[in-house]
Design a protein around this ligand. Structure first.
Ligand SMILES: C=C(O[C@@H]1C=C(C(=O)O)C=C[C@H]1O)C(=O)O
Length: 359
């Protein structure tokens, strides 16, 4: 596997980026920096240009915040980070020697914006982090990284902040972990940071989401922290005090990629063999089910009956979900699984129906 980009090694693993959602005043920034624990937090973040969903919300203090960030860096020794959303932001951030620049989810969706930012940052040795796009599109996320690479930007990372959904769930932005895991599969050299604040949208879920990120061996976390969260000018509900942040960071278990012990490996191999055998049995059972469905397809063809049978399908779905829950499987999973099987089954029947009949 390709080695991780080396910029990540300058930080104690795992990396923590923390600070307010928005810079509000110099005093606020310095108070937060003072209260953040320097052993655990290596990078101080603050948004100064804020993309808001609706107009007339607080849209950030603007370039003046760069002076405050610089002060945090000089007085407390943190590296500093902010979001940039156009070429002008990029130029200003470079002028003020901001160490880490991130491209937000609403910018990652737009290749014109990413291209403009990438060109403005050409050849930079600053760290550039790319949040996932708001919509669950892996190629768009990877495409943004490739645009940066094409401008000879060497120090790149990804931030997983979850994906927008119309249907409200327990999350502000649904994590859809599989997309981030697929990203890591395709770009193993790019460090992956989790942003539990934007995934959760609340304070209560932060620990569990952070732990999950470490269970998947993410390289770090970006968590919003404010001196007075309830009074924050943006995203108050998801921010926590520096002291609460420390409690969370101290409680998290950091996972390693492997264990050298022979006992661990022999147990793991035994269990993985069991998984391989079970997977084989599942595939054979599904294949046998398809054969039966094809026989039903032949029968339907002889009798000129439609492939899709809504009543029967409804019954199968309900039975499977009920039986699955008895066996400890989630409704969401069983429903997805039977849908996939049904789709394959009707596709087979369709090809039987159409056989020798095409024009
Ligand atoms: C197999 C059939 O055809 C279709 C496929 C189904 C399945 O794979 O379970 C169920 C209902 C039909 O939509 C059938 O009618 O029983």
């Amino acid at each position: 596997m390709k080695a991780k980009q080396s910029w990540i090694n300058q930080f104690d693993k795992p990396l923590t980026i923390a600070g307010p959602c928005s810079a509000e005043s110099e005093k606020q920034m310095l108070e937060i920096a003072e209260r953040l624990n320097k052993e655990y937090v290596q990078i101080f973040r603050a948004g100064i240009w804020k993309p808001r969903t609706k107009p007339n919300c607080f849209e950030g203090v603007g370039a003046i915040g760069l002076n405050w960030l610089k002060k945090v860096k000089d007085e407390f020794g943190f590296k500093i980070a902010t979001e940039i959303a156009n070429a002008n932001h990029a130029k200003l951030a470079l002028e003020y020697d901001v160490d880490v620049l991130w491209i937000g989810a609403r910018s990652t969706v737009n290749p014109f914006t990413v291209q403009e930012i990438a060109e403005a940052l050409r050849d930079t040795d600053k760290i550039v982090l790319v949040k996932n796009p708001v919509n669950p599109d892996l190629d768009l996320w990877i495409g943004a990284i490739e645009r940066l690479q094409a401008q000879n930007i060497q120090n790149i990372g990804a931030i997983h902040r979850g994906f927008s959904t119309y249907k409200k769930t327990q999350y502000r932005n649904n994590p859809q972990w599989q997309i981030a895991l697929d990203f890591m599969d395709k770009m193993p050299e790019i460090p992956m940071i989790c942003d539990p604040s934007h995934i959760c949208g609340n304070r209560e879920g932060l620990f569990d989401v952070s732990q999950q990120a470490y269970n998947f061996e993410y390289d770090g976390l970006m968590i919003e922290s404010h001196n007075n969260p309830d009074e924050a000018w943006s995203d108050a509900s998801q921010q926590i005090t520096p002291e609460r942040l420390l409690e969370i960071l101290q409680k998290l278990e950091i996972r390693k990629s492997d264990d050298d012990g022979t006992f661990y490996h022999s147990q793991l191999n035994r269990l993985r063999n069991e998984i391989d055998e079970t997977d084989q049995a599942i595939l054979e059972a599904i294949s046998q089910r398809m054969n039966i469905a094809m026989q039903i397809g032949e029968l339907k063809k002889e009798h000129n009956v439609a492939v899709f049978q809504p009543e029967r399908w409804k019954q199968i779905r309900e039975n499977s979900v009920r039986e699955g829950s008895r066996l400890g499987l989630s409704e969401e999973f069983v429903d997805k699984m039977v849908k996939a099987i049904h789709q394959e089954s009707i596709a087979h029947q369709n090809s039987i129906m159409n056989k020798e009949n095409s024009l």
